[in-house]
Write a protein that binds this ligand. Structure first.
Ligand code: SAH
Ligand code: DHB
Ligand code: MG
Length: 223
C-alpha cells in the first residue's frame, strides 16, 4: 500500500464528498502561479476543518500559518454572519497572495491577515483582548508548535478546539534523538498536551495525496 493508492483514494473521496469550489480552486491556482509551495491542506482535510468549525459553532477562529489562504477560506466559510477569523503569516508575499484569494472568495469582510513572526504577533494580538477563539488551527513552522499551543490555550475558553497539522511527518515524530527542530518542536507539543490538565487531546495518523502525516486535536475542558 503506497502513495499511488493513497492519492487515488483521496481523489475518490474528494470527488464524491467535497463539492467543487471555484474560489478554492482559484486560490490554489493563484498560489501556484505566485510560486508558493504546494503544502496547503488537502481538500478533504480542508473540509474536515470546516466541519469541525461548524460542529463547534465557531464565531471566532485563529489560524497560525496562512500560506495562500486555502485552509483560511475553508475555515472562514464555516463562520456565521458577524464571525471573524484572524490568520498569522510570516512571509509578506504569502500574505499578499492570501489576501487576494480571500477577497476573491468574498471573505475579506471577516478575515484579517496579520503579517509577522507569529511569536511576535501573538503577544500583540493578546494585548488587544480579542476575546476567546472557539477554534485555533496551528499550521506554521513546526519548531514552535509547543509555544503556539500555549498561546492558543491562553486565547481559548472552555469548549474551544485547538488543531495542530503535520504532527507525524512520515513517522519522524517517534525519533526522540532527531536533530530536526521541527520534530523536536512537535515532540514538545505532545509533551505539553500530555501534561496540560486544561485540555483533553488526541493525535491521529493520516495517509493521502499529501503522504503520511497526521494531526493533533485538543479540547479545552477546564478553565
Ligand atoms: N495553513 C495553510 C498552509 C500553511 S504552510 C493551508 O493549509 O492552506 C505554513 C505557513 O507558515 C507558510 O506560509 C509560512 O510562511 C508560515 N510561517 C512559517 N514560519 C512562521 C512564523 N514564524 N510565523 C508565522 N507564519 C509562519
Ligand atoms: C509542510 C508544511 C505543512 O504545513 C504541510 O501541511 C506540509 C508540508 C512543509 O513545510 O514541508
Ligand atoms: Mg500543514
Amino acid at each position: 500500500m503506497t502513495q499511488g493508492l493513497w492519492t487515488e483514494v483521496d481523489h475518490y473521496f474528494t470527488d464524491a464528498l467535497v463539492a467543487r469550489d471555484p474560489a478554492l480552486e482559484a486560490a490554489l491556482a493563484a498560489s501556484d502561479a505566485a510560486g508558493l509551495p504546494a503544502i496547503s491542506v488537502a481538500p478533504n482535510e480542508g473540509k474536515l476543518l470546516y466541519l469541525l468549525a461548524r460542529l463547534r459553532g465557531a464565531r471566532r477562529i485563529l489560524e497560525i500559518g496562512t500560506l495562500g489562504g486555502y485552509s483560511t477560506i475553508w475555515l472562514a466559510r464555516a463562520l456565521p454572519n458577524g464571525g471573524k477569523l484572524i490568520t498569522l503569516e510570516y512571509d509578506p508575499r504569502h500574505a499578499e497572495v492570501a489576501r487576494a484569494n480571500i477577497a476573491t472568495a468574498g471573505l475579506a469582510d471577516r478575515v484579517e491577515v496579520r503579517v509577522g513572526r507569529a511569536l511576535d504577533t501573538l503577544p500583540e494580538l493578546a494585548r488587544g483582548k480579542p476575546g476567546p477563539f472557539d477554534l485555533t488551527f496551528i499550521d506554521a513552522d513546526k519548531r514552535n508548535n509547543a509555544e503556539y499551543f500555549r498561546w492558543a490555550l491562553r486565547l481559548s475558553a472552555v469548549g474551544s478546539l485547538i488543531i495542530v497539522d503535520n504532527v507525524v511527518r512520515d513517522g519522524r515524530v517517534v525519533d526522540g534523538a532527531s536533530n530536526d527542530a521541527n520534530v523536536q518542536g512537535t515532540r514538545r507539543l505532545i509533551e505539553v498536551l500530555a501534561a496540560e490538565p486544561r485540555v483533553s487531546a488526541t493525535a491521529v495518523q493520516t495517509v493521502g495525496a499529501k503522504g503520511y502525516d497526521g494531526f493533533a486535536l485538543a479540547l479545552v475542558v477546564s478553565p
